[in-house]
Design a protein around this ligand. Structure first.
Ligand code: FIX
Ligand code: ZN
Length: 413
């Protein structure tokens, strides 16, 4: 590697390592939400991705697994995926990256010792340690007013840790209107599942109340591969008559997460969801019809990645983000990030962690920083070969943009 290339690599690695990240989509909670915040080695091991991988090796009935204690589940997963077979899947590797990041000696394979480390840890102390180790500025939660455990906490106006921002998640409203309507009514919103009377105004009031209550940075929904706009459906009506006007009035983005086939194997519970190719036309329709609105978009199918980049080239009110869920693997993160830099330059958000367990912030960002950094080195080296010299300040500017500033600027537009 020549001197010029070496200096590019060292500048990029330093910038990528030093830049604090805004993680724009997670399933984490501040400690004020109590047990809703998951952390520690047994939560890491029983994360639904590892459950799915374990159940490929064992023949026990799913319900027998679910009847086990979390510790017994973790023991089974550890034995199956780490001892009986080498932990080379991204999720297993992630557990080891976390343990190593906490200063534990992974070579001992001593789960008892790992547990002792977490048993001695206070959650507030561990939040600080994880944010410092992962070098995070802040995270955005996923906040669901239809969640019976979460809603009561918000109604008590909890004191939030400033590093945790809120996003309003409305899957039940948009994807199960028939079930959501009576719940809204029980909360004092005069709605009717047949959309009569004041229903649309009341749904807008519900959205506004919750955006204000949680100070939502954006409004989000996960959508099936069959999601279509325009469409003669309750979901399409709620999006065009409620979501769009409220988001425009509040100046916040509407984030669509398209491609989830819910519960293809219900016995796996949270691990039972799968993936399908979505329709980019739906996102293009909304971006074109509502130029005053801001849209964020991530899709679950690898086959949607290229058209998602092209759609972003067409609409400056569209911010694409992340290598979501089944795309959050080194080979796909690299492929997708290269595609995005080549088609969009830095005007996108390359990654979010989707962490459900606090500790995952460590591994998801250690792994993604490395991959994104390596792609950036190639891109700057390509420039250097034309004679274009990129400065250290410019590299730090670009990395700050993709690791957080693009998000915050998009919110302020
Ligand atoms: O809908 C979502 O926000 C998905 O990310 C989750 O439902 C999913 O379970 C997940 O955590 C994937 O990483
Ligand atoms: Zn998620």
């Amino acid at each position: 590697m020549n001197q010029k290339d070496q200096s590019i690599r060292s500048m990029v690695e330093s910038a990528v390592r030093a830049t604090k990240i805004t993680d724009i989509h997670t399933h984490l909670y501040t400690p004020a939400f109590g047990g809703l915040l998951l952390w520690g080695v047994d939560e890491l091991l029983t994360y639904h991705y590892l459950v799915a991988e374990t159940m490929r090796w064992v023949d026990m009935p799913y319900n027998d697994f679910w009847a086990m204690s979390k510790r017994d589940q973790a023991d089974l997963i550890w034995k199956t995926l780490f001892i009986d077979h080498s932990p080379i899947s991204e999720l297993c590797r992630g557990v080891l990256t976390v343990l190593d990041g906490c200063g534990l000696d992974v070579s001992t394979r001593n789960l008892k010792a790992f547990r002792a480390y977490f048993d001695g840890m206070k959650v507030e102390e561990y939040v600080d340690k994880v944010f410092e180790t992962a070098n995070l500025e802040s995270v955005v939660m996923t906040n669901d007013p239809f969640d019976d455990l979460e809603r009561p906490v918000w109604m008590k106006n909890p004191a939030l840790d400033a590093r945790f921002h809120a996003a309003l998640r409305v899957d039940p409203l948009l994807n199960s209107w028939e079930d959501a309507a009576p719940r809204l009514k029980s909360w004092g919103y005069n709605v009717d599942s047949g959309f009569s009377g004041a229903t649309m105004g009341e749904v807008r009031r519900f959205l506004t109340d919750w955006i204000d209550r949680i100070d939502a940075l954006y409004l989000a929904v996960s959508l099936p591969p069959t999601f279509a706009m325009p469409e003669d459906s309750a979901r399409a009506r709620l999006i065009e008559e409620c979501i769009i006007p409220v988001c425009r009035e509040k100046g916040i983005p509407f984030a669509m997460m398209i491609g989830v086939k819910k519960l293809v194997n219900p016995e796996l519970r949270l691990a039972g969801d799968s993936v399908g190719k979505g329709s980019i036309e739906s996102a293009e329709y909304l971006c074109a019809k509502y130029p005053q609105n801001k849209f964020m978009l991530t899709m679950l199918s690898r086959e949607n990645m290229h058209e998602m980049c092209i759609a972003a080239r067409k609409f400056r009110n569209l911010m694409i983000f992340g290598c979501w869920w089944f795309l959050n693997n080194p080979s796909l993160i690299e492929e997708i990030t290269r595609m995005r830099f080549e088609l969009l330059g830095e005007s996108m958000i390359p990654q979010h962690s989707d962490s459900r367990v606090l500790d995952q912030l460590i591994y998801k960002w250690v792994h993604s920083r490395k991959i994104i950094g390596d792609v950036l080195v190639d891109k700057y080296t390509d420039l250097a070969e034309t004679g274009w010299q990129v400065s250290n300040e410019e590299i730090r500017r670009d990395v700050a943009d993709i690791f957080g500033r693009n998000f915050w600027r998009f919110l302020e537009r």
